[in-house]
Design a protein around this ligand. Structure first.
Ligand code: GFB
Length: 302
């Protein structure tokens, strides 16, 4: 999802795009990454690739989330240094911050307290690679920067109910509930607060940072606006035209109670998001329905 959005955004820039698809190169394989980097010799790298998933996938596949993301990050960062990449933009995540960080979360909250247990494996891999960028800047003078996006959504998202994040999951479940006239099941209590950003806004922010920012300090990328999961479910029900009951499944975890990033640093640099949540959800829902009709049934949902 993020890689495709960056490609869309860069199409209006004066540059030659080189992408590394999953079929082309396994980023966990150091030799394969080195070979690819030597051949492609990019000037700039946007490092968005990762093994990702929602709260359940994180809890059920801790080894993959830690190992894959450590390897992917270290391989790409080291190969970029070796061929002398002029700029690398590494994507972390808002889950790098402590579970009980002050809200909105400033960049300075990193490593000031224990992590949220449901995503600590993913968070540790992201923190390690953020530190790698910082260390490469200090020791080798590499202009490698690191952005921390908040919860993302948009076209290209994963709609698989086991592995996905909340927003695509609720879009799919609401659509199915409307069709079958059954209740919409929402995991947890609905009280957890989250911040959602459209992936096209993220891509725009990354291109902005790539141009404007060269510093060891990390930068949060978000909207500065939050919503409870219950209200997100209501908004999605409205977009999908689902008028039935919401059911809260208390056997599923809420995860971190609140996760709103402080975007002062990014705003002060001169960037602000432009896609509102409702408009973004409507556009994503249209994309989902188109995919479903093109690919047929559940094929669209991976
Ligand atoms: O999006 P999500 O899976 O990830 O869940 P996190 C957000 C909230 O939505 C949690 C609730 O409180 C979930 O219990 N939720 C309600 C649901 N219904 C559903 C549903 O059907 N599916 C899902 N998935 N959630 C992620 C991390 O945490 O944040 C990732 O696990 C990543 O590693 C991402 O860092 C940014 O926001 O809790």
């Amino acid at each position: 999802m993020v890689g495709q959005a960056i490609v869309r955004r860069l199409q209006s820039e004066h540059c030659t795009l080189v992408t590394a698809s999953r079929d082309e190169v396994d980023l966990r394989d150091q030799a394969a990454v080195s070979r690819w980097m030597e051949r492609a010799r990019p000037d700039v790298v946007f490092h968005a690739a990762a093994t990702v998933g929602g709260i359940l996938a994180n809890s059920m596949r801790p080894a993959e989330f830690l190992y894959d993301n450590l390897m992917i990050g270290a391989n790409v960062i080291e190969a970029a240094r070796r061929i002398g990449v002029a700029k690398l933009v590494y994507l972390g995540s808002s889950c790098i911050y402590p579970k009980h960080a002050p809200q909105p979360i400033p960049e300075t909250a990193l490593l000031t307290g224990p992590l949220e247990p449901t995503n600590e494996w993913y968070a540790v891999s992201k923190i390690a690679c953020i530190k790698l960028c910082k260390a490469y800047r200090a020791q080798y003078g590499c202009d490698f920067i690191s952005a921390q996006p908040t919860n993302l959504y948009g076209p290209g998202d994963n709609f698989d109910l086991e592995g996905s994040h909340v927003l695509p999951a609720l879009l799919r479940k609401a659509q199915e509930a409307a069709r079958t006239k059954r209740p919409l099941t929402v995991w947890g209590t609905g009280s957890a607060l989250r911040e959602f950003m459209h992936v096209d806004d993220l891509a725009d922010a990354l291109v902005f940072l790539c141009r404007q920012y060269s510093d060891a300090e990390i930068v949060n990328v978000g909207t500065g606006e939050e919503i409870s999961i219950a209200n997100l479910a209501r908004l999605i029900a409205d977009v999908v035209d689902f008028t039935g009951e919401l059911e809260f499944d208390h056997s599923k975890p809420d995860g971190t109670p609140r996760k709103l990033v402080d975007v002062t640093r990014l705003n002060d640099l001169g960037w602000r998001h432009s896609i509102g949540l409702r408009a973004g959800v409507e556009q994503t829902y249209r994309w989902y329905l188109e995919q479903k009709s093109v690919r047929g049934g559940d094929q669209a949902t991976r």
